[in-house]
Design a protein around this ligand. Structure first.
Ligand code: HEM
Length: 433
């Protein structure tokens, strides 16, 4: 592919800051990563990271600059390079496997105009609030079951493992029509798919392997494909009223959607839809524990729950980045970006940008408007955002009346991941209402 960043007078980010933003392990410590982002926003909001083993890349940390880049999908592509940050060795491994492409997956994230819109249109209506709002009763049944399970711990449990982790997965698998007995397999695959850099998520045979993340990603993908091939076949033979049937029977330019494209869609939705949401639910509870006046407000007035949901997503920002590349020379935030330069969109940084959010580290469910960019921005903006918010609202509506108080019972643990991260564990002690 074409060369990466080569402008002459570009601001180079100090080495330790550049390494911090790129390293997966930094994201397991809020203090470390948010300090680095704060320094960048204040001193070099668009600077170039030059880190051994990686392509040079612009690190984009301001809310306004991230929106500026993301709103124009023709000027800034996702997929001339890998839209997910990997080191060169891992991208080379993927290219070897695919015969030259770093896009191991034919999903929306790996598409650019005009193909991207064609594929997005296939399900865009299905994901609109009016349509998914009809799923409220179905989702509420799952939320009630999850809350019942949580309350059965009678005072102490891990909020992630014993509560938040399973519900979004159950929602998305129910909407897909995946049977409950296959959910553990889907959960494991998703964690491998996203958690390749976290030693605790790696497959045993891949520990200490420099391209472990890429290999695990490929292995998880193959498992996903085998699973969804069989399911799609069933839905073509016997259509049902579910999302899987819609995708399996879709047509592009009059022809049935290809196997890779159908699988790319399934995998994107199956993976994007739950770790992100479960981390945001957990972040919402963690935020209320750290800033208890919010807990009291929600207890007193359930109408505050939509505000809680938005603030939980902003404060947690479970998607840490997506990459873009310029398709021509262009100026952003006063810097000249050259054609084929790569850019890393740092959503958690944009969501703590002091220019947009007062006291940005504070968890405050009354923020209005809450213009966070945790779902990205522009044509690639999260397809499942309304579903994620609906699920979270219903879950908190069901949970909050049943707990009188809640506190930490141990330190929270975050995933070591620079792509999709969030909570690994949140030990809590609670009293039932
Ligand atoms: C894309 C965040 C939940 C499906 C994205 C992007 C972000 C994101 C940052 C990339 C946007 C961009 O490039 O500008 C989140 C967060 C979630 C969440 C924070 C939960 C709180 C979901 C759910 C689903 C979903 C529930 C589906 C059921 C997708 C898909 C894309 C996407 C398919 C690709 C869209 C495209 O490239 O056109 N999401 N997401 N997400 N998300 Fe989500």
């Amino acid at each position: 592919m074409a060369s990466a960043t080569q402008a002459t007078s570009r601001p180079i980010i100090p080495q330790h800051i550049a390494e911090t933003v790129i390293a997966a392990k930094s994201y397991a410590d809020d203090a470390v990563i948010y300090d680095a982002f704060k320094w960048l926003r204040g001193n070099m909001p668009l600077g170039v990271a030059e880190v051994e083993g990686f392509d040079p890349m612009w690190i984009v940390t301001r809310h306004a600059d991230i929106r500026e880049v993301e709103k124009n999908a023709k000027l800034f592509h996702n997929a001339d390079f890998n839209p997910v940050l990997n080191d060169r060795a891992s991208d080379d491994f993927t290219r070897e496997m695919t015969g030259g492409s770093v896009s191991g997956l034919a999903s929306l994230t790996y598409m650019d105009p005009p193909v991207h819109q064609q594929y997005r249109m296939l399900t865009a209506n299905w994901f609109l609030p009016g349509k998914i709002g009809k799923l409220e009763d179905q989702i509420r049944v799952l939320a009630k079951q999850s809350v019942e399970h949580f309350l059965s711990f009678d005072g102490e449990c891990d909020f992630v493992r014993d509560f938040a982790l399973h519900y979004p997965l159950r929602v998305i698998m129910t909407l897909f029509g995946v049977p409950p007995e296959d959910e553990p397999r889907m959960l494991k695959l998703t964690q491998e798919f996203f958690g390749g850099h976290d030693p605790e998520e790696q497959r045993d045979e891949m520990k200490d392997d420099p391209v472990a993340a890429a290999k695990m990603w490929a292995a998880a993908l193959e498992d996903f494909f085998q699973y969804f091939d069989a399911l799609a076949e069933k839905r073509r033979a016997e259509p049902q009223d579910d999302l899987l049937t819609l995708i399996a029977n879709s047509r592009i330019n009059g022809a049935p959607i290809g196997r890779d494209e159908a699988n790319g869609y399934f995998v994107a939705i199956a993976t994007a839809g739950h770790d992100t949401t479960s981390s945001s639910v957990t972040g919402g509870m963690h935020g209320m524990i750290e800033f208890p006046e919010n807990f009291e407000k929600v207890k007193a007035d359930p109408a505050m729950i939509p505000g809680l949901v938005d603030e939980a997503i902003r404060w947690t920002s479970p998607v840490k980045h997506f990459m873009r590349n310029a398709t021509q020379d262009v100026e952003v935030g006063g810097q000249l970006i050259r054609s084929m330069d790569r850019l890393m969109m740092c959503y958690p940084s944009g969501n703590r940008d002091e220019a947009v959010f007062d006291d940005p580290d504070r968890f405050d469910i009354r923020r209005s408007p809450n213009k966070h960019i945790a779902f990205g921005f522009g044509p690639h903006m999260c397809l499942g955002q309304h579903l994620a918010k609906l699920e979270m609202r219903i879950l908190f509506e069901e949970l909050m009346p049943h707990i009188a108080s809640i506190e930490l019972a141990g330190p929270p643990k975050l995933v070591e991941a620079n792509f999709v991260g969030g909570y690994k564990s949140l030990p809590v002690r609670f009293r039932k209402a």
